[in-house]
Design a binder for this molecule. Structure first.
Ligand SMILES: [Zn+2]
Length: 436
């Protein structure tokens, strides 16, 4: 276990941190950084979005917001001696610190030494900082930017670090929005009360988020992760609403800010091979990216970068040589398989499927769904996932991560530095160089 106090003494701006020095003629430094990470969002997901947004089976497809700002790609591999495919902690650490490391590590190099993150660097420079995501806010990717731990699963310790670790006496993170009440309000410690005592605002639903005016803010909208966008009711904010709320606060600092926004559950849908959940989360992420671009559009001091940490599931647009991927099927489904399965089991009424799936299912599929109601909810959920993959002709090769390079999209000052093929660790190295 790492001792936070020792750690903070170890990390300062005098510590070595890796920088890429460039021949860039533009010498102006960046005031505001918005980094968006679509967890698991490989090329097939953003290409899938282009098909999904297209309203016909034919004709020229309009570019997505991602296509408009595409600049290059990055490697994702970690330095793990056992695995050459990364997890989200190692990839998050590379993106956050400039060090590739072993799977499971948060904010540590391969020798398990704590290393400075770009979020911490920003704080040292007097900027404001924010973490926004749809998982619990102490989950791997977000935590890689704001904590240092040998094990990504030490959720309580990571939540404690968000409050306890200080940068030159200041709280490390000014705005935190996402899920995770169960880690922040525990039997042994109530971090929510401590944050409120430390003059943070605390909000738990969309209405409170909109009406709260506190500059420092903790918003926890679920015990662990938020429901997927497609399953959310109107009390839970979208990723873009959280991004907007964070930007409204962070921009008040005249020295600028660093904001990390994670589309956390694109990856989880990929692990489940659930194309409805995957497109739901990519859409949520697309809207957040638009919000960030909108913020940066009329400024000359801001960089927006969107990328992924790795891809998940080996998702393919079409399978079995059909030559007919059918996103119309996915668009005609209005809940994730998990929610549909829960509903069918609760009501024991197979016709309830019509509330969620707005196209006729084959008789034999209805029969197998009916039969699955005698089994576990998980059996029905799995059956639905397989059926939807059949109807939409979506392919998957694994329930895990895959090793291909992932896209980088960028807009604003110094965007060209992220172009071409770079290493994931280069993202942090460039940010250390260009941040004011
Ligand atoms: Zn994953």
């Amino acid at each position: 276990m790492l001792n936070s106090t020792v750690l903070l003494n170890d990390l300062s701006l005098d510590t070595y941190y890796p920088i890429i020095h460039t021949q860039n003629k533009e010498t102006k430094k960046v005031k505001n950084v918005i980094l968006l990470i679509g967890d698991g969002m490989g090329f097939s997901y953003t290409t899938g979005l282009r098909y999904f947004n297209h309203h016909s089976r034919k004709g020229f497809m309009n570019p997505t917001i991602f296509d408009e700002y595409f600049v290059g790609s990055q490697s994702t591999y970690s330095l793990d001696t056992d695995c050459n495919i990364t997890d989200s902690a190692a990839a998050g650490t590379a993106l956050a610190t400039g060090y590739k490391t072993y799977n499971g590590a948060l904010g540590l190099n391969i020798d398990k030494e704590p290393v400075l993150t770009v979020l911490e660097f920003a704080k040292y420079r007097g900027k404001s900082t924010g973490l926004v995501g749809t998982s619990q806010i102490n989950h791997a990717t977000l935590a890689a930017f704001a904590a240092h731990n040998e094990n990504r699963e030490q959720y309580n310790q990571i939540a404690d670090d968000y409050l306890d670790e200080r940068i030159e006496g200041k709280y490390k993170i000014d705005v935190m929005l996402g899920g995770g009440t169960s880690y922040f309000c525990r039997k042994d410690r109530n971090l929510i009360e401590e944050f409120v005592y430390s003059r943070y605002g605390y909000v738990t639903d969309l209405q409170e988020l909109i009406s709260n005016k506190n500059e420092k803010l903790l918003g926890l909208f679920a015990p662990v992760e938020l429901p997927k966008q497609i399953d959310r009711d109107s009390t839970i904010p979208s990723l873009s609403q959280m991004t907007k709320a964070a930007l409204q606060r962070l921009k008040q600092n005249s020295k600028g800010f660093f904001l990390l926004v994670e589309g956390s559950q694109i990856d989880w849908a990929g692990h489940d091979n659930d194309i409805v959940g995957a497109m739901s989360e990519v859409k949520d992420f697309e809207a957040a990216f638009k919000e960030a671009i909108e913020f940066a559009r009329h400024r000359e001091d801001t960089i927006v970068i969107a990328t992924a940490d790795h891809s998940t599931g080996g998702m393919s647009i079409d399978r079995n040589g059909n030559y007919k991927w059918n996103p119309g099927v996915i668009k005609a489904i209005t809940s994730t398989p998990a929610v549909i399965a829960e509903d069918l089991h609760r009501t024991k009424d197979i016709l309830k499927i019509r509330h969620h799936i707005h196209f006729p299912l084959y008789e034999e599929d209805l029969n197998s769904l009916q039969a699955s109601l005698e089994m576990e909810v998980e059996d029905t959920r799995q059956l639905l996932i397989n059926m939807i993959n059949d109807y939409s002709s979506t392919g998957w090769t694994t329930k895990g991560h895959t090793g291909e390079d992932v896209p980088i999209y960028a807009y604003g000052l110094h965007r060209s530095l992220f172009s071409g093929r770079i290493e994931n660790s280069d993202i942090a190295k460039i940010l250390f160089n260009i941040m004011d």
